[in-house]
Design a protein around this ligand. Structure first.
Ligand code: UD1
Ligand code: UDP
Length: 382
């Protein structure tokens, strides 16, 4: 084997944000040929990330449909991957995290007997319906993968507890690598609604919410909590870039449209998002990625879920599980607004998820696996 041909498969916004730095890192090394296959599970939100990182897919399955079901995403991606793998003949397929694209990509690789590397491996809640379907996706991918790139030691322990086969590395999370290029002190927002905000005089709360297990009653409770918060507190501005899922948009616009001090905007690109997070007061979210990014920026996070597969920042004290009941969410948000001590305790920068060198550790892990590096790369320790 001359160069190691690595095919990275991804399709949603968070996968792209976390895989783009790795695809580029591998491409810059002479030992690799780095290709990427987009499933297009997301369209606009994926393309936005590709534009920011100046990347293009070598293959694009373009599978997205409005209100797509889990079965349609998985089957369309799986069928599309057949042809791509036959054409590309990769030595290794990389998948990321826990989406339906991740599962379909790993399964397709297995059907073609191509080794699989799982980036962001080993996250677990222990509840197969929460997050849904992500917990099962990552468990299934864990069974298929040959190489497991765990962000933290806790993730590695989860795999060991399940006696998952394959080689395991602790690498840190590639999102921290991505933030090295996106977060800038002199950044000027390209979104007018963000430029109009006075981050010095107003307390800006950044909100995102999209999880399937929150569809319905939990999401309504979350939106009601935000509505009440904005009506009660004249000192705040809530900025909420609303996910393009029609289910989410109906709920968010239904409850929050025209509420004073609540700014419902379209999804923003990752540079605007990371810099919004860097300048805001605190964050309320059910997103996985935001739970990893915010601690590095020293921003308190209220997680709008009942559990989290990212306990590291909860233990470090910067993230709190707020649940999905209106009153509990409201009381934790009001505590952050009114109790300076509570705010300060949560607002210290910690880096449990990485040091910005995850891509290099993953590259070395792959080289070592293929016998092109004598020494196993050293693990990341927070
Ligand atoms: C998916 C992942 C979830 C991840 C999330 C990140 C699955 C099952 N879920 O959930 O793990 O946390 O992405 O955001 O893999 N849509 C658009 N344009 C876009 C993106 C989405 O119109 O660019 C709309 C479409 O109508 C689509 C719907 O949103 O059918 C839902 O997208 P989907 O990928 O099925 O689910 P997400 O909630 O985004
Ligand atoms: N993000 C973004 N624009 C937005 C909202 C989020 O760029 O309008 C980024 C965010 O900073 C994080 C990632 O998208 O890097 C998280 O994606 P998402 O919440 O869709 O998925 P999850 O992390 O929950 O899987």
């Amino acid at each position: 084997m001359d160069k190691i041909k690595v095919l990275s498969v991804f399709g949603t916004r968070p996968e792209a944000i976390k895989m783009a730095p790795l695809v580029k890192h591998l491409a810059a090394k002479p030992e690799f040929e780095s290709l990427c296959c987009l499933t297009g599970q997301h369209r606009e939100m994926l393309d936005s990330v590709m534009d920011i990182f100046q990347l293009r897919g070598d293959y694009d399955l373009n599978i997205m449909q409005a209100r797509q079901t889990l079965s349609s995403i998985t089957s369309r991606a799986l069928l599309g991957m057949d042809e791509v793998i036959e054409q590309a003949k990769p030595d290794l397929i990389l998948v990321h995290g826990d989406t339906s694209t991740t599962f379909a990509g790993a399964l397709a690789a297995f059907y073609h007997k191509v080794p699989v590397g799982h980036v962001e491996a080993g996250l677990r809640t222990g509840d197969k319906y929460s997050p849904y379907p992500e917990e099962m996706n990552r468990k299934l991918v864990g069974s298929i993968a040959d190489l497991h790139f765990c962000p933290t030691v806790n993730n590695l322990r989860n795999l060991e507890r399940e006696a998952v086969a394959g080689t395991k590395f602790i690498t840190g999370n590639t999102v921290i690598d991505a933030m090295k290029t996106t977060v800038r002190k002199d950044f000027v927002f390209s979104v007018p609604a963000l430029n109009r905000l006075d981050f010095q005089k107003r307390r800006v709360i950044a909100v995102t919410c999209h999880r399937r297990e929150n569809y319905g009653e939990p999401m309504r409770e979350i939106m009601e909590a935000i509505r009440t918060l904005a009506l009660r507190h004249e000192e705040i501005e809530v900025v909420y870039p609303v996910h393009l899922s029609p289910v989410v948009r109906e709920c968010a616009f239904g409850i929050l449209k025209e509420v004073p001090r609540v700014h419902l905007i379209d999804p923003i690109d990752v540079e605007n998002m990371h810099n919004l997070m860097a300048r805001c007061d605190f964050i309320m979210t059910d997103s996985g990625g935001l739970q990893e990014e915010a601690p590095a920026l020293g921003k308190p996070v209220l997680v709008l879920r009942r559990e989290t597969e990212r306990p590291e920042a909860v233990e470090a004290g910067t993230v709190k599980l707020a649940g999905v009941r209106r009153d509990e969410i409201l009381s934790l948000a009001e505590e952050l607004l009114t109790d300076r001590n509570v705010y300060q305790t949560m607002a210290h920068a910690v880096n449990p998820y990485g040091d910005g060198n995850a891509c290099e550790r993953i590259a070395r892990g792959i080289l070592w696996h293929f016998g092109k590096l004598a020494e196993r790369p050293a693990d990341f320790h927070a």
